[in-house]
Design a protein around this ligand. Structure first.
Ligand code: LLP
Length: 438
């Protein structure tokens, strides 16, 4: 865990988040429960914005809302003067419902549906990030119908592939996302856009991966992107916007670096430092810079609280602590072998005594949330807190086994409130109907 002023252990030995005792939260709202530290979310968003402002002076930050999407988070982003990245009509709809100005949104996706493009354009979406050739025709047609000229970026593939602790530069162009710069596909789609009356080419986008710790990967991507911008400039094609995507790594467990907010800003500063340098050395016009972090804004802000139920010891092999949630609220261990850190929230000041495995309650042997973790001796009813669950947990939750999706509670300054209410059994059967053939 990566403790901070709003995530720490209280005098009573309980874990606290946002000034609220986690045991009290579990009592008040029941478990499983997603808890989001609102002050931390705002602080990271502000720090990213501020770093773009002070180190580059011409740009903004779009929160990648796939990481965690609900009305309350768009409300926060609106108040923090942020842009957003959206990837479906559902996310756009949620943002609109929260009063977010959708002209500040970047709409992504490798297969945006015609209905989604119609929805987005008729609601005055700010930018669409084009990801296939036919999309250009579709956008042109729908924009014409709506009597608008739609601003677009193109998603490029710069051939920089980052994995958590390292990156490689490849000529590999096999990705469902983006147009390769190297093989000319990116230039080809721009040429096509420039022939369209109702589509305006604004700039280029790339996203080199997620959960990246190696900052030099971002610098290399900036180098490739600015080479491309310089090449386009030679042909009198102006790139007004450069969107560098997201991907900044966060601490989950073990050896992952433990960054504080200022250190997160180094990701941004590395990127802007390189961009300033490239603009000078390559003699290109200064583009408006966008970055699109998701995980780093909400990831560490979130924890999940569970209650310990059945405890099963297989002598000489393993001890399982079963909790009242699992892969339905956190699919990441099963899907990516993601590693998490956890503690017992009501025994947060006690030393680890035994190695246990925290198992979810779903009918699936892969439903393990944390493997082999040393915890104080656990009993039924203890509250387990799993850290860094703010990103890609609630947003990837499911009703597998007809478990209900847990609520989300925001905490701030010692207070708590629902951001998303709990599902109930009625929600589970809401769309089930009697089958009647006609
Ligand atoms: N921009 C684009 C175009 C993206 O595709 C993504 C993430 C982001 C921004 C935000 O990246 P972040 O800052 O959150 O790393 N479900 C996976 C993560 C998938 C990320 C997909 N794209 C997980 O749970 O790890």
């Amino acid at each position: 865990m990566n403790f901070r002023d709003t995530l720490n252990i209280g005098k009573n030995g309980h874990l606290q988040i946002g000034g609220v005792d986690c045991v009290d939260l579990a009592k008040k709202y029941s478990t499983p429960l997603f808890v989001m530290d609102e002050a931390y979310i705002r602080a990271v968003a502000r720090a990213f914005k501020n770093t773009v402002e002070t180190t580059y002076g011409y740009g903004g930050v779009a929160y990648a809302s796939k990481a965690f999407s609900c009305k309350a988070i768009y409300q926060v982003m609106k108040e923090e003067d942020m842009n957003i990245d959206v990837v479906s009509a559902g996310e756009i709809y949620t943002a609109i419902c929260s009063g977010f100005d959708i002209s500040r949104a970047y709409f992504h996706g490798n297969n945006k549906l015609v209905s989604e493009l119609e929805f987005a354009i008729s609601h005055d979406i700010g930018h669409i990030v084009v990801d296939n050739l036919e999309e250009v025709d579709l956008i042109d047609m729908i924009a014409a119908k709506n009597h608008v000229v739609q601003k677009v970026l193109i998603r490029t593939n710069p051939g920089v592939e980052a994995h958590t602790h390292s990156f490689i530069q490849t000529a590999k162009i096999d990705s469902k996302f983006g147009f390769s710069i190297k093989n000319g596909d990116a230039k080809q789609v721009i040429d096509k856009i420039l022939t369209k009356q109702n589509v305006e080419f604004e700039g280029v986008h790339c996203h080199i991966g997620s959960q990246i710790f190696d900052k030099s990967a971002f610098a290399l991507a900036v180098d490739v992107m600015t080479d491309f911008i310089a090449q386009l400039a030679k042909e009198n094609i102006k790139v007004a916007v450069l969107n560098m995507g997201g991907g900044f790594g966060v601490h989950y467990s073990g050896d992952d670096p433990k960054f504080d907010i200022a250190q997160y800003c180094d990701y941004v500063a590395t990127l802007t430092f390189k961009l300033n340098e490239c603009i000078k050395s390559k003699g290109i016009d200064k583009p408006y810079l966008m970055i699109e972090p998701g995980r780093s804004i909400v990831g560490e802000a979130g924890i999940t609280l569970y209650s310990v139920g059945a405890i099963k010891e297989i002598k000489g092999i393993k001890k399982y602590l079963s909790i009242d949630g699992g892969m339905t609220d956190n699919i990441r261990p099963a899907l990516y072998d993601a590693q998490y850190d956890a503690i017992i929230a009501n025994k947060a000041d006690q030393k680890g005594e035994e190695v246990v495995t925290i198992a979810g309650k779903c009918c699936e042997s892969g439903d393990i949330i944390v493997k082999d973790i040393c915890l104080p001796k656990a009993e039924r009813g203890d509250i387990v807190a799993v850290f860094t669950t703010g990103a890609y947990c609630y947003s990837m939750a499911s009703n597998y086994n007809r478990n209900t999706i847990p609520p989300v509670v925001f905490v701030k300054d010692g207070k708590s409130a629902y951001a998303v209410k709990p599902q109930n059994f009625e929600d589970i059967v809401r769309n089930d109907v009697e089958v009647k053939y006609e």
